[in-house]
Design a protein around this ligand. Structure first.
Ligand code: PRP
Length: 207
């Protein structure tokens, strides 16, 4: 028996919109919408797993999942070998450099400590500018770092801007736009081309 195609969806922010898109494309999403504690779910004969963003990339790159939906932020930070085939246009936000209001980050040459969850994105950004900064990795609520004096600026994703505003921070520079992407395993694009492209076409038609 041919094993079902397997798709990894990112839990959390992108989950609802991803499922809505499959539903719009005509897939039966009843089980995926009410997963309970179940980790492997059936969506019209396709197996769906719900995972953390960075794990979605790992699963697709390693071929245990044929497709995945993940944010461009995770793709930029993690890199890896897979195809990025669709930009869904939801989950929109921006990578940005932010600091305390009126802090003039670029003019302050003494202190260049920058906190972020996205070490690689931050490093690439400052490398391109030819700026030597100390990057400090933080795993959540990065906005705390300048408030606590751990760093003078942060590189983070900004969606509504509310978190920055409510904590007295402001964007210094926007780095890159982010949105949800469909990625596919490289091998699956060859060995299961028809099934994979059918999913891509059905989703694309709904955008
Ligand atoms: C993200 C990001 C910001 C916030 C931005 O954090 O790291 O903190 O969302 O959103 P806003 O511009 O709409 O306020 P997330 O909620 O994913 O939690 P985390 O900080 O624990 O990673």
């Amino acid at each position: 028996m041919i094993k079902p195609l397997r798709i990894a969806l990112t839990k959390g922010r992108l989950e609802k919109k991803s499922i809505e898109l499959f539903e719009k494309a005509g897939y039966d999403c009843r089980e995926v919408k009410s997963p309970g504690r179940k980790l492997q779910l059936n969506m019209d004969g396709i197996e769906v797993v719900l995972a953390k963003a960075s794990d979605v990339v790992t699963y697709v790159e390693r071929g245990v999942c044929d497709l995945g939906i993940v944010g461009k932020d995770t793709i930029m930070e993690n890199g890896g070998s897979y195809f990025e085939v669709l930009d869904f246009g939801f989950g929109k936000c921006n990578f940005a450099l932010a600091a305390k209001k009126n802090s003039d980050f670029f003019k302050t040459f003494q202190d260049r400590r920058v906190a972020t969850k996205y070490v690689k994105v931050a490093k690439n950004y400052f490398d391109k500018k030819g700026m030597d900064v100390e990057i400090i990795q933080i795993d959540g609520s990065v906005e705390l770092a300048p408030l606590l004096g751990l760093a003078v600026a942060i590189v983070d994703i900004v969606e509504t801007g509310d978190t920055l505003r409510e904590n007295g921070l402001e964007i210094i520079e926007t780095i890159a736009p982010v949105s949800a992407r469909l990625i596919t395993n490289i091998g699956a694009m060859k060995t299961r081309r028809l099934e994979v492209t059918e999913i891509i076409k059905r989703l694309e038609a709904c955008l």
